[in-house]
Write a protein that binds this ligand. Sequence first.
Ligand SMILES: Cc1cc2nc3c(=O)[nH]c(=O)nc-3n(C[C@H](O)[C@H](O)[C@H](O)COP(=O)(O)OP(=O)(O)OC[C@H]3O[C@@H](n4cnc5c(N)ncnc54)[C@H](O)[C@@H]3O)c2cc1C
Ligand code: FES
Length: 321
Amino acid sequence: MAAIEFEGRSVALREGETVLDALLRNDEPVAHSCKAGSCGSCLLRAAAGVVPARAQSGLKDSWKAQGYFLACVCRPESDLKVTRVGADAQLGATITALHRLSDNVMQVRLHCDSPMAFRAGQYVSVIREGGLSRSYSIASLPDHGDLELHVRRIAAGRMSGWFHDQAKVGDRVSVLGPSGECFYVPGREDQPLLLVGTGTGLAPLYGILRDALRHNHRGPVHLFHGAVHPRGLYLVDELRHLAAVHPHVEYTATVLQGGDGGEVEVGAIDHVVLNRFPKLTGFRGFVCGDPSLVQTLKKKLFLSGMASRDIYADAFVPSAV
Ligand SMILES: Cc1cc2nc3c(=O)[nH]c(=O)nc-3n(C[C@H](O)[C@H](O)[C@H](O)COP(=O)(O)OP(=O)(O)OC[C@H]3O[C@@H](n4cnc5c(N)ncnc54)[C@H](O)[C@@H]3O)c2cc1C
Ligand code: FES
């Protein structure tokens, strides 16, 4: 059976066990959240040994070249020497602003100790003192300096509750990343874009929308943002303003209940989108937020004619702990 060497200690892996589970079983404090290869929180580095390809899937090439891997999906077949990641992947950061965007969404601004190269729509893992780690999508543009995150309050949520109730300007966290491939790639500026998200799924879409405009995207851009109730919508005035200033941008707010049937449409967001656009051939799509909605929409967009290479998605997979 393979063994891992971690900070001078040797840990034997059990049959089928991941590197993350073996380290946690041995009380090693390793950051993690989804345990499904989705959030990027458990990034570690192999200083020696062979990392299975699955454990590096989706990581950027420069990280792969340095041996970075996701510990929660890493089941090595031979011995590995494992270290924590370096300063190129994890930075200290200071909270510079906390601003309530709605009853349950907090806008958080983070200033990293050194500049982080990212694309609007990617995500970072925020790690609090004590090691609690959760991923949040980046709503800001790279040239705006600070990272802007939108954090939705989850009942009894350890990280979101902290951001909403306890965090203060000046508090320190660590930031790991950026990760993810859900961002605007310049080129094909006349292609129609479809952006769909519920809740804080708006965060990456807000970044992607403004990034596309920054790159002079000329094709129509259709943003759909959904919530259960109207009070779950946020940035409504900003988005209406963007649509007013850019005639090729269309913003549609949808709710399941309580809409006025006027400016806010009532209905399930996937139905609203597909009623408006039954044929999506030639579109590029971005779908973010609730994992089951992301899964459903990816399938429906594809069945409506969108090429799978044109569908970008980020599922906000919750923690497994
Ligand atoms: C790639 C990625 C990007 C993400 N981007 C964002 C973002 O931009 N904004 C944002 O607000 N969140 C985002 N998330 C989700 C975020 O990482 C956390 O999962 C979320 O903030 C809850 O963490 P917590 O510590 O507050 O709750 P936890 O302490 O982890 O959970 C508390 C309880 O609530 C349950 N729970 C957790 N999440 C949900 C949920 N969504 N619905 C119902 N029950 C839940 C848990 O199972 C647990 O029982 C993203 C996740 C991923 C993987
Ligand atoms: S990617 Fe490993 S814990 Fe989320």
